[in-house]
Design a binder for this molecule. Sequence first.
Ligand code: HEM
Length: 450
Amino acid sequence: MSETALPTLSPGRWQTLQLLRKTVRNPLEFWPAEVYQQRMVRLNFLGASRYFVSDPGYIQTALVDNADKLHKSDQMRRALEPALGHGILTAEDERWRAQRRSVAPAFRPSAVNSFIPAMIAAARTTLARWQAMPDGAAVAVDREMMHLTFEIILETMLSGRGDIDVAQVERSIADFLQSTSWAVVLAALGLPEWTPFPGKARAMRGRSYLRGMMTKRVGERRHSGDRHDDLLSLLLDARDPETGAGVSDTEVIDNILTFIGAGHETTALALTWTYYLLSHHPEVEAKILAEIANVTGGAGLEPGQVAELAYTRQVVMEAMRVYSPVSMIGRTVMQGFRIGQQDLQQGDRLLVPIHAVHHHVMLWDRPEVFDPDRFAPEAAKARHRFAWMPFGAGPRICIGMQFALLEAVAILGTLLPTLRLRAKPGYVPVPISRVTTRPDQGMPMTLMRR
Ligand code: HEM
């Protein structure tokens, strides 16, 4: 993209009120149209400069080259800390580095590959349930995918659900996330954390349930001394390779909740949106089915075959471009640095509007069109690597990226050959951002045998 003067927007009082209302309703509506057209936009809002950075080169300058001068945004911290404490997603500096080092072994390629059988087994359970349904049955794909990825995260991170009430956990997470846009607005207004808002009591009940359930589970495992091949055992046994320090129970709970929160809903949404797009693109679905049949020879997908489903992976990547499960990354500038011609000062806010990067007119030809060939190796190589960044960038990049992509491909490879899902005619879902980006009315679809 070429250099131009920095577009700057300074809304008046009435516009500020409207922007706040939009933030509560759907933060995606808050963004100025310029973020889809310009490299960087400054919004002077509530006494702070907010820089929306859409240019991949600028994103690299910020999130990679100057990562040590940034902290997670106050808003994001305030929205998530009540549930996730100071786990790896919300911690900063040395506290973050120590935790990232401790959990890294669970995300090495060999470890992630060892999770594939659990992913396929869980998908087969869903398949069996769907096969028992009559043709034309209504399926809430968003809820089905949430359920499935939740089983997988419990199996791989905790060796199974034990006595965890899955429905209650799902409700608690949804109630908690519902409150996050209020937390964002109240933080932007500089109001204290105790400020009441609609739905706060329900969100806090959800939070208490989640933390109580995990406290019990961690306590039981710590006292039994049982060893399992899962993230919980890894965290309980972890010693920081540099300091030799162990991880406290509170940090273990913070992190298990972080992995449950960050690791299932995002992948479920990637799959939900993929199903929606496939329903409207039968030609793409036909190509996936041909690839799966070619790799499996018509039998059920085996763990060793998941890596061979290259086109299916492209489809997931393109679906995550069109509907990025996380629509934005926010940071606060802790120490000034320069992006292009612009000096950012301490206290400025930096926003990477992932959804806008993925739909930017200067980066993508016909951005609204779903076209998995954009992710064919040659086409992908020709682009800046941060033109597609659903998993973030730099040292805070998603630790679960390979896990998520393998999981999505393993699930589609297991479910697609037998059953197809068709979107409800006339339903056009609107993406709503609540930390993650969900379809406003869920994803009602109809099940058909092939
Ligand atoms: C499609 C699925 C997923 C998407 C779109 C996604 C997206 C992201 C993004 C954008 C970030 C960076 C946030 C920032 O920089 O502020 C992130 C961080 C993180 N993700 Fe994911 N994620 C996905 C799946 C997963 C899975 C499966 C796991 C774990 C099993 C996971 C665990 C984490 C953790 C722990 C972090 C914090 C990393 C750190 O700060 O060091 N994510 N994710």
